[in-house]
Write a protein that binds this ligand. Structure first.
Ligand code: SAH
Length: 352
């Protein structure tokens, strides 16, 4: 049984109703509310006595406590407060096909990538599936869908704070609820999970969630370079990671996406592009390039847009599909962890 209400599926709610001595049909009613992220006190067709019982179970909510709208594009960054006061963040990006919400899977992160703001203070805790669902439903409640769209959030990427495959069970439960008809009802093809490369869990993921898009943060064409910025490369070498990625692509028939942040003077030379093309040869994949978002706390900077485009062109010439990702929300601390860190340090200053 899930620990919080927002994580529960119909079977668990039915067992809960039985435990509470309530009729089974209440389970379906409660589930309908949960799919919209409504807490027990707002469940208007549920008797007060049951609402009270449900309120004594942890909910697994995420309330939006701050939002920043980009002046340059339609990107909105959200700060969420979890029920225990922890803070995570999300970003809503607008595209012609719909809106993609980038959500967090952990409070902080323990992977230690040197360029990433999320991991500066380590991991505080995992998010529950309910909390991840609440990140989505909170946005849905705040921003009504435009035109004849049924929902505001049409796509989800798990690229916010945290490492989803380091929180495997909750992530899988979230994906099941997010794609279920009686959950959020979002197509698995519209959901991407990004990992820094936890190899055993990539194999599990291929089995458990073959319809979800897998993104792998590569950021280097060889182990020596990768180990400089990504500690996970010490645990799993490219000799293990690349076959796992190929296995995902072969087993699912889907392209694996490699993310590659271009860092000035580190991984962005023509030679790096050539080495990368050798590494990825024969894999059904696509490379998403992004100039590194400079993080104040780290002394690494991104390449120019022009350099990123040249790197992409060279990869294409070497028969590796590659594009430069649109940079959105750069004026609102769009990169993962940036806004949360600012919020936490300002809270600290206020407290002091
Ligand atoms: N832990 C997961 C998902 C979270 S980060 C992972 O590592 O994939 C989502 C993506 O943003 C990852 O590719 C991550 O490496 C990248 N990223 C982190 N900090 C960045 C920065 N400052 N600039 C550009 N990309 C960054």
């Amino acid at each position: 049984m899930a620990a919080d209400l927002a994580s529960m599926n119909i079977d668990e709610l039915k067992s809960l109703m039985a435990e509470l001595g309530e009729p089974a049909f209440r389970a379906k009613q409660v589930l309908l509310w949960l799919a919209r992220g409504v807490r027990p006190e707002g469940m208007s067709n549920i008797p007060a006595s049951l609402r009270e019982k449900l309120s004594s179970i942890p909910f697994g909510g995420a309330e939006i406590i701050d939002q920043r709208h980009s002046m340059r594009d339609e990107t909105v960054k959200f700060l969420y407060e979890l029920d225990d006061g922890n803070i995570v963040e999300g970003v809503l990006m607008s595209y012609s096909y719909g809106n993609t919400l980038c959500i967090s899977s952990q409070v902080g992160c323990r992977m230690g990538c040197t360029f990433c703001a999320s991991t500066l203070n380590g991991k505080v805790r995992d998010l529950t599936a309910g909390e991840m669902l609440s990140e989505v439903t909170a946005v849905e409640r705040l921003i009504p869908p435009k035109g004849d769209r049924k929902r505001t959030v049409t796509n989800i990427v798990m690229m916010g704070c945290g490492e989803p495959l380091d929180n495997y069970d909750n992530t899988l439960r979230f994906l099941r609820r997010a794609t279920a008809e009686d959950g959020l009802g979002i197509s698995p093809r519209n959901i991407s999970v990004s990992t820094c490369g936890l190899v055993p869990n990539i194999y599990r993921f291929t089995e458990d969630a073959p319809h979800i898009t897998l993104c792998i943060s590569l950021h280097a064409p060889n182990d020596e370079l990768r180990r400089r910025t990504m500690p996970i490369a010490n645990a799993y070498s490219l000799h293990e990671l690349i076959p796992a990625a190929k296995h995902y692509a072969d087993a699912t028939g889907r392209r694996v996406i490699f993310e590659y942040a271009l860092i000035e003077g580190v991984n962005s030379s023509d030679e790096d592009a050539r080495e990368l093309s050798h590494l990825l040869r024969g894999i059904n994949c696509h490379v998403n390039l992004i100039p590194l978002n400079s993080v104040k706390e780290r002394h690494l900077s991104g390449v120019s847009r022009k350099r990123a485009q040249d790197f992409a062109k060279l990869l294409e010439k070497l028969h590796i599909s590659a594009t430069v990702r649109r940079e959105l929300g750069t004026d609102i601390d769009g990169a993962c962890g940036q806004l949360r860190n600012k919020h936490i340090s300002s809270r600290g200053e206020n407290d002091a």
